[in-house]
Design a protein around this ligand. Structure first.
Ligand SMILES: Cc1cc2nc3c(=O)[nH]c(=O)nc-3n(C[C@H](O)[C@H](O)[C@H](O)COP(=O)(O)OP(=O)(O)OC[C@H]3O[C@@H](n4cnc5c(N)ncnc54)[C@H](O)[C@@H]3O)c2cc1C
Length: 393
C-alpha cells in the first residue's frame, strides 16, 4: 500500500509554489510575452530599437508600477510579482525584461522607499501611468567603484546645479524621469553622494550617444549630459549626502531582478533547444534520442531549476522583510553563469543553424552576457558574498 501523506497546513510552502493570484499574474504575462512581444523580437534586435507600442502595452497591463501602492495608481503588488514579470518577459526577450526590471526594482523602488509624499504623488503616479524611468549611477570613470563618481551638484538659491556625464544608462532614450546620483562634495567620498530626481525636460539635461551593443540590443543604453542642469531643491530623493544608501539598497533588490532576467533567458533558450532536438534528425532519428543530447538537456534543466529556487527564495525573503543581501548577490552571480552556459549549450544543440541569425538561440547567447556585468560585475558579487560569508553571515 502506498503511504498516504497529508500536508500539514502550517508546513512551509515549497520554494517554487505560487499563490493562485501569482499563477494568474504569471500566466497573463507569459501569454502577453508570447503573443505581443515575440513578434517584435527579431526586428527590435536587428534595429537596436525598442518597439514603442510595447511600452504603451506595459503601462496598460500595469507592469510598470507593480509594487506601487494603489493610491498612486500602481498595482499594490509584491516584489515577487515584479520578479515573475521580469522572468516571463525575459523568456521571450531580455530587453523587454530589463525595461520592466529597471522601472520596478530600481526606479519605483527608490521612490517608494525614499520619496516624500509630494514626490510619490508626482512621480510614482507618472511612472505607473505613462512615464519610463531610468537609474543613473555609472560614469565613464566610475563603474564598480561607483561612489568615485564625478558628476557635481551645487546648491545655488532654490536649485541644485548639476554638471557631469553619466554613461550606460538603461532606458535613457525612452525615459522621462531619471533617478540620478551626483556628489555635493567629492572630497567627502561616499558621504557626498546624493540622489536627484531629474526630468528629461529640465534645462541643461540632454541624452547623448546610444550604445551599439552585443546583446539586449533593443534596450537603450545611453550617455546623459548635464550642463548647468537646474534641479529644484525639493527634487533631492532622501537626504543630501545619503544617496550612497539609496544606491546600495536599490541595487541589492535590483540584483534579484537581474537573476530573474537571466532565469528567463536560460528558460527561453532551453525551451527552443528541447523543441529543436526533438525535430532535428541525424543518423535516421531525432537527435533527442541520443543520450549525449538528453544529458545536456537534463543538466540544463537542473541548473535552471536551481536558479529558479534561488531567485524565488531571494524575492520571498525581500517580501518577508528579511535580510537578503547575500542571497541577492549569490542569485545574480549564479543565474548569470547558468544563463551563459545554458544559452551556449542550446546554441550547440542547434549545430550550425544555431550560429546563424535565422534561429533564435544566438540572440539568447548574446543577451546572457550582460548578466555578469551590470548592477555589479560577477567579481563585485563575489566580493560581497565573500565579505558576508567570512563575516559569519
Ligand atoms: C548594457 C548596460 C546597461 C547598463 N545599465 C546601467 C544603468 O541603467 N545605470 C547605471 O548606473 N549603470 C548601468 N550600467 C553600468 C554597469 O553597471 C557597469 O558597466 C558595471 O558596474 C561595471 O562597471 P565598468 O563597466 O566601469 O567596469 P569596471 O568597474 O572598470 O570593471 C572592469 C573589470 O574589472 C573588474 N573589477 C573592478 N574592480 C574590481 C575589484 N575591486 N576586484 C576584482 N575585480 C574588479 C570587474 O569585475 C570587471 O571585470 C550598464 C552597463 C551596461 C553594459
Amino acid at each position: 500500500m502506498p503511504e498516504v501523506i497529508t500536508a500539514k497546513t502550517d508546513a512551509p510552502k515549497p520554494l517554487v509554489s505560487l499563490t493562485e493570484d501569482e499563477q494568474l499574474f504569471r500566466d497573463n504575462i507569459r501569454q502577453f510575452a508570447d503573443e505581443a512581444v515575440r513578434p517584435h523580437v527579431k526586428e527590435m534586435d536587428e534595429k537596436g530599437i525598442f518597439e514603442h507600442s510595447l511600452i504603451e502595452q506595459f503601462f496598460q497591463l500595469g507592469i510598470m508600477g507593480i509594487e506601487t501602492p494603489e493610491q498612486y495608481g500602481g498595482g499594490g503588488g509584491t516584489f515577487f510579482e515584479a520578479i515573475l514579470a521580469v522572468e516571463e518577459l525575459s523568456r521571450v526577450d531580455a530587453s523587454a525584461g530589463v525595461v520592466v526590471d529597471v522601472q520596478n526594482t530600481l526606479v519605483n523602488n527608490a521612490f517608494i522607499r525614499w520619496g516624500t509624499e509630494a514626490q510619490k504623488k508626482k512621480y510614482l503616479a507618472k511612472l505607473a501611468a505613462d512615464t519610463v524611468g531610468a537609474y543613473a549611477l555609472s560614469e565613464a570613470g566610475s563603474g564598480s567603484d561607483a561612489f568615485a563618481l564625478s558628476t557635481k551638484a551645487e546648491l545655488k538659491g532654490t536649485d541644485y546645479v548639476l554638471n557631469g556625464r553619466k554613461l550606460w544608462i538603461t532606458n535613457g532614450k525612452e525615459a522621462g524621469v531619471f533617478v540620478l546620483f551626483a556628489t555635493l562634495d567629492a572630497s567627502a567620498g561616499y558621504k557626498g553622494i546624493t540622489a536627484f530626481v531629474v526630468e528629461k525636460d529640465f534645462p541643461g539635461f540632454t541624452v547623448g550617444k546610444k550604445e551599439d551593443k552585443l546583446g539586449i540590443r533593443a534596450s537603450s543604453t545611453c550617455e546623459l549630459i548635464l550642463e548647468d542642469c537646474k534641479v529644484p531643491k525639493e527634487n533631492v530623493l532622501g537626504e543630501p549626502g545619503k544617496g550612497y544608501k539609496i544606491a546600495i539598497e536599490t541595487l541589492n533588490e535590483g540584483r534579484i531582478g537581474i537573476g530573474a532576467q537571466m532565469l528567463g533567458v536560460a528558460r527561453g533558450a532551453w525551451e527552443f533547444a528541447v523543441k529543436y532536438a526533438q525535430e532535428r534528425k541525424q543518423f535516421g532519428q531525432a537527435i533527442s534520442n541520443f543520450q549525449g543530447i538528453q544529458f545536456q538537456i537534463a543538466q540544463m534543466a537542473t541548473e535552471i531549476e536551481a536558479v529558479r529556487m534561488m531567485v524565488y527564495n531571494a524575492a520571498r525573503m525581500k517580501d518577508a522583510g528579511m535580510n537578503f543581501v547575500k542571497e541577492a548577490a549569490m542569485t545574480k552571480l549564479f543565474a548569470s553563469q547558468v544563463a551563459e552556459r545554458v544559452t551556449s549549450l542550446s546554441l550547440e544543440i542547434y549545430g550550425g543553424y544555431g550560429f546563424t541569425k535565422d534561429y533564435p538561440v544566438e540572440k539568447y547567447f548574446r543577451d546572457s552576457k550582460i548578466g555578469k556585468i551590470y548592477e555589479g560585475t560577477s567579481n563585485m558579487q563575489l566580493s560581497t558574498i565573500a565579505k558576508l560569508v567570512m563575516g559569519g553571515k
